[in-house]
Design a protein around this ligand. Structure first.
Ligand code: NG1
Ligand code: MG
Length: 405
């Protein structure tokens, strides 16, 4: 998709009249999780990467104590008095930047007011973190206008708080971390409990990440997501009776698994089927370990083994965690069958949304053709593909560099 920046700047100046020289621009990427799914809220490891697609925001400061929002993805214009910031469903996507402004204000990072014009090229609600990208872009813009000098880590944590407390989505910290702190050609190995992280260079010169969208809306994602969280809580509370020092499911190592199964199988639960809890816990424990080891595979340049870990992750999400569904399984199996693919899995919460595959560069066009054809045959749907590089986390860009390409 080629972006017509001349149109976007014109729309921005119609929404926010004034000199172009007074605008500032920020970019925050989307993210794709390469491995480590449903581990973040279990205190485990994740391995996301920032994308080269994402959200741009153009900002102009105001001195009349108003915050205004417009975008290329909706006709809605939201105009809020600085003294009356609160969540309102009618504000739609603008609740994300408003939440960030609200949290930053409460942390002492304040500005008088501003106009925000958003443009993005991420699919919305497909598991590539369009919401975190809007939040973190806003955090960087407000930080810059206020001259506060927040660290990117702080921006990520405050954005996550905005999503939890203001928007009311109980997300883990992976999304905002990747969007804020990602680096081109590197994956971010993050321990979601300690927040210790390392950027791991992805020496994948012969390979390309290919994201494929099932184009199935993630209808169940919200309710099933909360159901999985509750099942993990239930398994944890059973195990804590014997292991009181345990703080998260992902603290259990694969070596301790036989003991953990025995403890779970001895337990009785009124609300949950123990066999289900065993499978959920097995996914979390082995997936977190896989995500931790996958970072080492990247460090050693062992992409074949990395790809095999992606495949194992998908099988575990399909059979033990049960969050894939027909469309995601069809896309992943099509990728497994296609030439040049060394690994493929669902990414994000599941129940629709996207898959991520590692594909030999010279095979990318035959890969997408073959996957599209197999997927269509099996589901009667058309997938979309995003052939995107791993890009940098949030950063300011010069407004003059926003030109048509
Ligand atoms: P997606 O589906 O990409 O929004 C969700 C959570 C993550 C993580 C994954 C599963 C939100 C906003 N994000 O990601 O924190 O738990 O599912 O690994 O809910
Ligand atoms: Mg989101």
């Amino acid at each position: 998709m080629s972006i017509r920046w001349s149109d976007i700047l014109e729309q921005t100046l119609t929404f926010s009249p004034g000199s172009k020289a007074d605008l500032r621009a920020f970019f925050a990427p989307g993210r794709v999780n390469l491995i480590g799914e449903h581990t973040d809220y279990n205190g485990g490891y994740v391995l996301p990467a920032a994308l080269s697609i994402g959200t741009w925001v153009l900002v102009r400061p105001r001195n009349d104590r108003r915050f205004r929002f417009a975008s290329t993805f909706s006709d809605l214009i939201v105009d809020v008095d600085r003294a009356q910031i609160s969540y309102d469903p009618a504000y739609e996507y603008a609740n994300y930047p408003l939440g960030v402004i609200d949290i930053l204000q409460r942390e002492g990072v304040e500005i008088e007011g501003a106009d925000f014009f958003f443009h993005g090229n991420l699919p919305i609600g497909a598991g590539l973190s369009s919401s975190a990208s809007v939040e973190v872009a806003t955090a960087a813009a407000v930080d810059a206008l206020a001259g506060a000098g927040l660290s990117k880590e702080k921006m990520a944590l405050l954005s996550q708080r905005a999503e939890n407390e203001f928007v009311g989505v109980n997300c883990g910290v992976m999304d905002q971390f990747a969007v804020a702190m990602g680096k081109a050609d590197a994956a971010l190995s993050l321990n979601c409990q300690t927040l210790a992280y390392q950027l791991v260079a992805m020496h994948a010169s012969g390979y390309q990440l290919v994201i494929a969208n099932t184009n199935v809306p993630r209808k169940l994602a919200g309710s099933k997501y909360n159901e999985r969280r509750a099942e993990c809580e239930a398994a944890l509370s059973i195990l804590r009776k014997e292991w009181p020092q345990l703080t998260a499911l992902a603290d259990i190592s694969p070596a301790q698994w036989p003991q953990a199964v025995a403890l779970l199988e001895q337990a009785k639960s009124a609300e949950h089927d123990i066999d289900v809890l065993v499978r959920r816990a097995r996914h979390v424990i082995f997936e977190s370990d896989r995500a931790r080891r996958a970072a080492d595979l990247l460090r050693n340049g062992d992409l074949q083994a990395f790809g095999e870990s992606m495949n194992e992750s998908h099988r575990s999400l399909r059979d033990d965690y049960e969050v894939t569904g027909e469309a995601l399984d069809a896309l992943v199996e099509a990728a497994w069958n296609a030439q040049g693919c060394i690994g493929s899995r669902m990414t994000g919460a599941g129940f629709g949304g996207c898959t991520v595959s590692l594909v030999a560069r010279e095979k990318v066009s035959t890969f997408t053709a073959s996957v599209a054809q197999q997927y269509k045959q099996r589901t009667d749907r058309e997938p979309s593909f995003y052939i995107t590089d791993i890009g940098d986390g949030v950063h300011e860009i010069s407004v003059n560099s926003l030109v048509d390409n």
